[in-house]
Ligand binder design. Sequence first.
Ligand SMILES: Nc1ncnc2c1ncn2[C@@H]1O[C@H](COP(=O)(O)OP(=O)(O)O)[C@@H](O)[C@H]1O
Ligand SMILES: [Mg+2]
Length: 229
Amino acid sequence: MGEMISSIAHQWRQPLNLLSLKKDLLILSYENDELDESLLLEYNKSVDDTIRYMSKTIDDFRNFFKPSKQKELFDVVQSIYDVVNMIQSQLNQQAIKLTIHHESQTIEFLGYPNEFKQVIINLIKNAQDAINAQKLKGVIDIYLTENEECVTIEVQDNAGGVPDTIRSKIFEPYFTTKFQKQGTGLGLYMSKSIIERNMNGRLSVENRNNGALFTILLQKNRQGLMGEG
Ligand SMILES: Nc1ncnc2c1ncn2[C@@H]1O[C@H](COP(=O)(O)OP(=O)(O)O)[C@@H](O)[C@H]1O
Ligand SMILES: [Mg+2]
């Protein structure tokens, strides 16, 4: 919920500024006696467009965070592009370069796509936080690979990694090193539970290439056996 509200707040800042600006311009043109019908219609259309965009933002996020009811076949590659497209403006603003590396155009997996997307968001948000805390030129790389047995998703950042002293604690509920308002300490706990309890996978972390590397391993062959006992 908190994540959703802050994402919406972010997407709304710009259109709100635009509406405020349009309102000022409207008054100004009236005062300068420039407000004829065509100008009025132009303002009207631009305000309508902005409002429609804001309303669409709410719908998008609502659909996005709606929990999936049952396992479905989804495309891991597409899901990750969906997530990244949604937060691309934030990443641009923070000058973080995020690249998705994958050989196959689609990687199908039977699981919970919405929950899976939340996990990816959590991992990217943590990488963003770690990058911003270090005030460095941020780079996030996501690697997607599959073989006959499993699908692997790796999220690598360049923000120094997880200190050894806390590595064993970061998946515990409420464990956070962030100031109270910025961290709930639930992101990784929930992510691990989604991947390991609901999707039969593994979520782990190690330090590599001067950053943290979070690895999601999703077992393929067990899916077919599910339901058959
Ligand atoms: N990419 C990362 N780099 C360094 N530390 C991380 C990273 N991701 C998570 N952490 C550490 O793990 C802790 C727990 O993360 P999380 O469960 O998402 O909670 P929160 O983000 O609310 O603090 C963070 O507070 C941080 O100390
Ligand atoms: Mg987090």
